[in-house]
Design a protein around this ligand. Structure first.
Ligand code: SF4
Length: 476
């Protein structure tokens, strides 16, 4: 889970990259960074922290240059290292390159081990560094080397490379052949802007052109773009969880406005739960809000904010002790007694992972003497880990992989529990898709265990989370 940005041919490339990262902060809060092309050299700044912490006080007069890439990274337990902060950069025989990556390679362990046997030395533990080593060793121009390197990679990668070579500065943007993660391009003055989400283009005043196609490589230079398809065609597998939870509601992802997709999920959920008797539809803010609005519109049950979110509780404030972790939900969410007391509520959330947070939220409601809680989840049960960049835990920690629906409802303390059926979820995202009649096929592997690629042989729980032999979760 990361956000990436690339800007070419604009005199304020660094400042605009900062702003575009700011609007993608939801994609990663662990570290942030920027790399700017200054003549023949790259100037890089990256550090742990939020965008504003890392870049807010930066002297941008020292980061002048017409092309820049930027990155925000999501925090995982094991890989929280400055060495893993991006953009990563290197100086090779062909010149300098910096890269920002969103995704996770499923064969990164094997690739890294082969590179190490061949003498490669790594600074950090991310799969992005594996990609850079592969690029450094591949022959030809940087464009050819990037294509050759990525042909060896399996899994999810949306990437922007900032390249200074042969006296020219250019940007190479690539999306993996499955199209797991989003990557869009827009026109910005005489230059181009690339970003994970359209909300970043909107922020900097870039005009959205299109999403890169799965398996597409775009080279942007001097305000022009050229496109190629260096990969073997694979089954389309856009991550449906971007629509369910991860992307910002005002973004257009995989051809659908996220807000419209979530509202439609809520409508579908209401149809599935037709006949439920309730006095209010209450979202778990923020991610449950749009589905709850859709549910309320379809069911005729009034939408009410029975929980108020405190937006100023940071991760670091929550983490230091077990006591604080226990209090975390109460610090983030405040129940509104007037809405809840003696009422039957449909509580709408986007997903349940371990179940511990949902249980705490239900307890909050019970303290306000809510009469009934009918929990409505706008996605199917999560029964498998994600190997493509969303930080879901191993299967033994996923409540739906280990308990029946009735057992989960009992554990959570709710009167009923309904998950959105997978067909309805896919119907909702397709209904919302703008580029009808051909929306992409989606990855649903965490709901279905139908993985579009082979999966890592090293169990996810032992990679990148604790013992950290290498990567996974490193760049996602
Ligand atoms: S496994 Fe789930 S979270 Fe991961 S890419 Fe597929 S749909 Fe998205």
């Amino acid at each position: 889970m990361c956000g990436i940005v690339g800007i070419t041919d604009h005199r304020e490339a660094a400042r605009l990259t900062h702003l575009a990262l700011f609007s993608q902060q939801h994609r990663g809060q662990e570290s942030a960074g920027i790399a700017v092309a200054q003549g023949a050299v790259l100037r890089v700044h990256r550090a742990m922290g939020l965008v504003q912490d890392v870049l807010g006080g930066l002297d941008f007069t020292a980061f002048k240059g017409k092309a820049a890439v930027g990155h925000v990274r999501y925090s995982t337990a094991g890989g929280s290292l400055l060495e893993n902060a991006q953009p990563l950069s290197m100086q090779g025989v062909r010149g300098a390159v910096a890269v920002a990556h969103n995704g996770n390679l499923v064969n990164a362990v094997e690739l890294r081990q082969a590179l190490e046997r061949d003498g490669a030395i790594f600074q950090g533990t991310t799969d992005t560094e594996v990609i850079l080593h592969l690029v450094a060793r591949a022959p030809g121009t940087y464009e050819e080397a990037v294509a050759t390197a990525l042909q060896q990679c399996r899994g999810s990668f949306s990437l922007v490379f900032l390249v200074i070579s042969e006296g020219r500065t250019r940007m190479i943007a690539v999306r993996d052949p499955w199209g797991f993660r989003p990557l869009v391009v827009g026109k910005l003055g005489r230059g181009m802007a690339f970003a994970s989400e359209t909300c970043a283009l909107d922020m900097i005043g870039a005009r959205f052109i299109r999403e890169l196609e799965p398996g597409e490589m775009v080279v942007a230079e001097s305000g022009r773009m050229s496109s190629s398809r260096p990969f073997r065609a694979e089954r389309s597998a856009a991550c449906v969880f971007e629509q369910v939870y991860f992307a910002r509601p005002d973004s257009v992802v995989f051809g659908a406005t996220v807000q419209a997709a979530r509202t439609e999920m809520g409508r579908q959920l209401a149809q599935q739960m037709a006949g439920v008797k309730a006095d209010a539809v209450v979202p778990v803010p923020d991610s449950g809000v749009h589905a709850a609005l859709g549910f309320a519109a379809a069911s005729g049950i009034p939408f009410q904010m029975g929980l108020i979110r405190n937006h100023y509780v940071g991760r670091t404030f929550i983490q230091p002790s077990q006591v604080m972790r226990e209090l975390s939900v109460r610090m983030k969410l405040h129940p509104v007694r007037e809405v809840l007391e003696n009422r039957r509520v449909v509580l709408v959330d986007d997903s349940i992972v371990r179940g511990t947070t949902s249980r705490k939220i239900v307890r909050l409601l019970r303290r306000c003497r809510v009469k009934e809680v009918h929990l409505a989840i706008s996605s199917p049960p999560i029964i498998g880990p994600c190997y493509y960049g969303i930080d879901t835990p191993a299967e033994d920690q996923l409540i739906a992989a280990n308990k029946t629906n009735a057992e989960i409802a009992k554990f959570l303390g709710v009167e009923s529990l309904t998950y959105l059926e997978q067909d309805r979820l896919l119907g909702a995202v397709r209904t919302a898709a703008r580029r009808r009649p051909a929306p992409p096929d989606y990855c649903t592997a965490c709901f279905s265990r139908d993985y579009p690629t082979d999966v890592p042989t090293v169990p996810l729980g032992r990679v990148g989370r604790t013992s950290l032999p290498v990567l996974a979760g490193g760049t996602a």
